[in-house]
Design a protein around this ligand. Structure first.
Ligand code: FAD
Length: 356
């Protein structure tokens, strides 16, 4: 029986590729938005997720730029380093450009006989009656509004600004994040000559991004700034993951503040969980249908909720310090970060989520 995926973003395409690799037939319904590539966006994927992605989804090694160290600074401690993560010069995570990943997935899926692309997405349930399972990877389509509106939502009253810096050549494998008074600012290297920037700024829409970046940049000799983009930041957690044979997936299940770069990482872990459930069904000669939805929800929902809450806690933790106008929290974090056990635990969770 055919499976159907709604959405041709990173989530829909990665999931489709993993299903096709198992010999399953998949129809992907694309919306126009899926084909609008944003060149200013990059994504950090953790080491364990990369191993899984390269093996079970698609070999993307050529797209990756390795990050071997993460440094965290705070405006409140005169930009002093408060946390440092590294692992004997091993890769902690890698950065790649969203549109390069999306194009590679699209090109690869177009060559697959088991995969068909459909553009005429009409929202009549009758058009989907031949599918055993429909996996919805879009936030704003008919199904999302009708069946997946009950979410725990939060607006951060913030906007994330993204751009890419071109700079003079530098050994560039250290990512850094500064908790500024405006919000978290991340420098994410993508080559010796380019670094992507994500700046989440509270409450302001009209800002001079270039001036703000220059203010906090101590490392790069900037040549120019690429095009920039911005997103209103929200987080949400879906209460019920499925309706009949429609399973919600990706950002529709969990949307996070980007400060820890974990949104798509959570989705890769979900793909892994769904994939394991599918393997079990196939091994037992069973159809892939709506029965998998409840199992998937039971396995993932509590982990995802806990993880999202953890990211939100980090955001609120540093936000509180700005509200209190002191540096007690940064000083405590610096102390905690020096503890070897806690430092390794943070690294472990960022890499694997809540998986033993
Ligand atoms: C600025 C930014 C940086 C990110 N960096 C990372 C990262 O380094 N590593 C990682 O694993 N994930 C990261 N994410 C989350 C990741 O981009 C999404 O999970 C992923 O792109 C989902 O894409 P899609 O194509 O499947 O979904 P689509 O439905 O095609 O796209 C969903 C859109 O919503 C945007 N979005 C995602 N989260 C939020 C949010 N909280 N508020 C507003 N818009 C949002 C996505 O970026 C995307 O443009 C980041 C998100 C943002 C907004």
């Amino acid at each position: 029986m055919k499976l159907c995926i709604l959405g041709g973003g990173l989530t829909g395409l990665s999931l489709a590729k993993s299903l096709v690799k198992k010999g399953l037939s998949v129809d992907i319904f694309l919306s126009k938005k899926n084909l609008d590539f944003d060149s200013s966006r990059t994504i950090g994927i953790s080491n364990d997720n990369l191993i899984y992605f390269n093996k079970e989804i698609l070999d993307i090694k050529k797209l990756l730029w390795d990050i071997k160290k993460i440094e965290i600074y705070s405006d409140n401690l005169k930009s002093e380093k408060i946390l440092n993560f590294e692992n004997n010069n091993k890769t902690l995570f890698a950065i790649l450009r969203n549109y390069e990943l999306q194009s590679k997935l699209l090109t690869s899926l177009k060559k697959e006989k088991l995969c068909k692309f459909r553009n005429n997405f009409n929202y009549q349930l009758s058009s989907f009656k031949n599918y055993g399972l429909i996996i919805n990877c879009e936030n704003n389509n008919y199904f999302s509004k009708k069946y997946f509106a009950r979410r725990l939502k939060k607006k951060y009253d913030s906007f994330a600004y993204t751009t890419i810096l071109k700079h003079k050549k530098i050994t560039n494998n250290v990512a850094s994040q500064i908790f500024t008074k405006n919000g978290p600012l991340a420098f994410l290297p993508i080559s010796e000559l380019k670094t992507s920037v994500v700046y989440s700024i509270k409450g302001k829409k009209k800002i001079n991004l270039e001036e703000l970046i220059k203010k906090y940049n101590t490392k790069y000799s900037i040549i120019n700034f690429g095009t920039s983009n911005f997103f209103e930041l929200k987080s949400s957690n879906l209460r019920t993951y499925y309706h009949k044979n429609i399973l919600a997936f990706g950002d529709l299940l969990h949307r996070l503040h980007p400060l820890a770069g974990q949104g798509f990482n959570m989705t890769i872990r979900d793909i892994q969980d769904l994939s394991n459930l599918i393997d079990l069904k196939l091994k037992n000669g069973l159809e892939i249908d709506n029965s998998i939805c409840e199992d998937f929800q039971n396995i993932t929902r509590h982990k995802n909720y806990l993880f999202s809450s953890g990211i939100d806690f980090i955001y609120e933790f540093f936000n509180l310090e700005t509200k209190m106008n002191n540096n007690i929290i940064s000083k405590s974090v610096r102390l905690i970060g020096k503890n070897k056990f806690l430092n390794s635990t943070f690294k472990y969770i960022a890499n694997r989520g809540f998986r033993i």
